[in-house]
Design a protein around this ligand. Structure first.
Ligand SMILES: [Zn+2]
Ligand SMILES: [Zn+2]
Length: 222
């Protein structure tokens, strides 16, 4: 029953997307939906309007939003030096945890496209024109993941980020224990609230674990 409900909703989300972006075409396959077409960008950030066109493909897995879509730019228009592209050529639309948190608030597919694809292509066009990123320097890969958790946990310590993620990974959250940040306050009254917001949502917890494993793997091979 759960599966059907999810599928019904996704079909509806796809319909809404095609209504909003009529130049997209959609095909369905065993893994989900493939959306393809020209994306007409017209966006403005801090008084810099940009109009541009991108040819793109988006794979929306049938278990969206549990699994995130993969987006590809097909026209070779991502500027050289723009670092937010993965090795499989899919676009790095943002820090996965951040995307998941925003999907936890609002899981609409149109909302996802409006937010992440618009800002991605805006940044790419901006970069092509000015050679810099419009919204400050979002780092790619592991440095980007750290950057995200530094802000989330209000710290600059990689060790603390790893310690807090380990608590999630190992199911070791105990509210009465001392917070590893050294505040000498117990977790419950310190970083606990942020951790619990992740722990209570399976998809966020899973993402935190994946982030930790990526960090650990990356740091081991160096
Ligand atoms: Zn990136
Ligand atoms: Zn703390």
């Amino acid at each position: 029953m759960g599966g059907n409900l999810v599928e019904y909703n996704l079909r509806n989300e796809i319909k809404k997307l095609i209504i909003k972006y009529p130049e997209f075409s959609c095909t369905e396959n065993s893994k989900g939906f493939q959306i393809e077409g020209i994306f007409h960008l017209f966006a403005k950030y801090k008084d810099v309007p940009i109009r541009d066109d991108y040819e793109m493909k988006m794979l929306v897995p049938s278990n969206f939003p549990e699994e995130l879509p993969k987006v590809y730019e097909l026209g070779g228009r991502i500027p050289r030096g723009f670092e937010h592209v993965f090795t499989d050529d899919s676009l790095c639309l943002g820090i996965p945890m951040e995307i998941r948190k925003s999907l936890a608030e609002n899981s609409s597919l149109v909302g996802f496209v409006d937010k992440y694809i618009v800002s991605y292509f805006y940044a790419a066009s901006y970069y092509r024109k000015y050679g810099t990123y419009p919204y400050g320097d979002r780092k790619h890969g592991i440095p980007g993941i750290y950057q995200y958790y530094f802000e989330l946990f209000t710290t600059e310590s990689k060790i603390l980020v790893r310690q807090l993620l380990w608590l999630i990974y190992g199911d070791n959250y105990r509210g009465h224990k001392a917070c590893p940040c050294g505040s000498s306050v117990n977790l419950r009254n310190c970083h606990g609230e942020i951790l619990l917001a992740i722990i209570f949502r399976p998809e966020l917890k899973q993402q935190a674990i994946m982030d930790l494993l990526m960090i650990v793997e990356f740091e081991e091979v160096r």
